[in-house]
Design a protein around this ligand. Structure first.
Ligand code: CMP
Length: 140
């Protein structure tokens, strides 16, 4: 195991219900450290770029609309094995399949409005972090 960084988004369904603190508490309790964080309203361009890998999927258009529908909190998380650890804390993409006690099981509204995003690999984490943060904004 190694100290690692991952990228996280608290999505519009969660900020709308004032769940930023509740979700951050779950991340911190799991051993992840929030080393950068900013609340933003994503532009359409930012959301399209961020989810470009899903461009051909049928849910892409709705996903971009959802991600720009309200504020999000973009974050850099650090910890031992942070990519995998954050994915465990979030639970499965579909909240109906997520384990008890996970962020998505506890808070998500639907497959789309699933409260949180987390990078799926260290390589993608670096790309996603660089889209929203410069090195001097990350204080590890
Ligand atoms: P996220 O982990 O941010 O990655 C892609 C997002 O697309 C996913 O969470 C969901 O918010 C959304 N989504 C909507 N429909 C689907 C689907 N059928 N499969 C996967 N992701 C979906």
């Amino acid at each position: 195991m190694a100290l690692e960084r991952t990228f996280s988004i608290i999505k519009p369904d969660a900020t709308r219900r004032n769940l930023t603190g509740a979700i951050n508490a779950m991340l911190e309790e799991a051993g992840l450290r929030i080393i950068a964080q900013r609340r933003i309203r994503m532009t359409r361009q930012q959301a399209e770029t961020f989810y470009e890998v899903h461009k051909e999927r049928p849910f892409y258009g709705d996903l971009v609309t959802f991600m720009t529908s309200g504020p999000v909190v973009v974050q850099v998380l650090e910890g031992e094995d942070a990519v995998a650890l954050n994915r465990r804390v979030m639970g499965a993409t579909n909240p109906e399949e997520a384990d008890e006690g996970t962020i998505r099981k506890t808070h998500a509204e639907s497959l789309e409005a699933n409260s949180a995003h987390g990078s799926d690999s260290a390589e993608n984490a670096a790309i996603e972090i660089a889209q929203f943060f410069s090195d001097d904004q990350i204080v590890g």
